[in-house]
Design a protein around this ligand. Structure first.
Ligand SMILES: Nc1ncnc2c1ncn2[C@@H]1O[C@H](COP(=O)(O)OP(=O)(O)OP(=O)(O)O)[C@@H](O)[C@H]1O
Ligand SMILES: O=P(O)(O)OC[C@H]1O[C@H](OP(=O)(O)OP(=O)(O)O)[C@H](O)[C@@H]1O
Length: 216
């Protein structure tokens, strides 16, 4: 039997992902060691391999088939636009993609005003403004601390993730519009879905059960 390879997202989603895998009997103790520099982990009994990667790289590994499955935020799936199947909502890592800014920027979102939008997610922002709102905007790509942009005058609004709302509150910004809800998803390589359908369906079935039990 060949190894099934699973790409997991580093950072915020990692701990919950490992917990969920553990709940369906997939353990990989070695991977929990925060000090390890090892990149790939093997579960010989289950014929599984795992690795942790930066979020935006997970859809890339999955599209190319270097990983059969992946766990990644919906924001990253939308932004990367890779060819893959999004098959399951894992129900954690819940947050929202929003257009935020000072209250005074609200009026700039009506009509066709040429405003600047700072974001780590240029494709999501482009799709929202150009296709959904029909508003021409200038997208400015940033790599973090997006909330700074409207404060220092780099942009009128931002397109960013809101979870608890603390970052907005502490910086005097507000949600002006909601783009979409987000959470962690399972993605599958399109060929693997056919070639390994039995093993993948079994794994998805087990995950579904755990999610249902957690919901109760
Ligand atoms: N408050 C939040 N901020 C950002 N991402 C969140 C939040 N809550 C849940 N998520 C989910 O977690 C994923 C990001 O996790 P990660 O820890 O890699 O954050 P990051 O800040 O984008 O990464 P990096 O530190 O590498 O820039 C997102 O893709 C999103 O789906
Ligand atoms: O609503 P909240 O709970 O405050 O969470 C939202 C904040 O968290 C994320 O930033 P992150 O911590 O990833 O830092 P970054 O801006 O450097 O990417 C996101 O980009 C927001 O800034």
């Amino acid at each position: 039997m060949r190894y099934l390879t699973i790409a997991l997202t580093k950072g915020r989603l990692a701990e919950k992902t490992l917990e969920m895998l553990e709940a369906v009997g997939i353990t990989c103790e070695e991977m929990k060691d925060k000090k390890t520099r090892k990149l790939i982990f093997v579960n010989e009994d289950l014929k599984l391999r795992f690795f942790l990667a930066k979020g935006p790289d997970v859809p890339t590994y999955v599209e190319y088939g270097a990983a059969d499955l992946g766990v990644v935020g919906r924001d990253t799936i939308l932004e990367e636009g890779r060819k893959l199947y999004e098959v399951m909502d894992l129900g954690f890592g819940k947050c929202r993609m929003c257009i935020c800014g000072p209250e005074s920027a609200r009026e700039l979102l009506d009509g066709n005003q040429q405003i600047r939008v700072a974001t780590k997610y240029p494709n999501i922002a482009k799709d929202y403004f150009y296709n959904k709102k029909n508003q021409t905007v200038e997208i400015i790509k940033l790599n973090g601390s997006i909330e700074l942009a409207p404060i220092v005058g780099l942009s009128e609004v931002i397109c960013d993730i809101v979870e608890t709302g603390s970052t907005l509150r502490e910086n005097g910004l507000h949600i002006l519009e909601e783009v979409c809800p987000l959470s962690a998803r399972v993605v599958v390589n399109q060929v693997s879905m056919k070639m390994e359908s039995e093993r993948i369906s079994e794994l998805l079935g087990k995950l579904k059960k755990v999610i249902k039990e957690a919901d109760r």
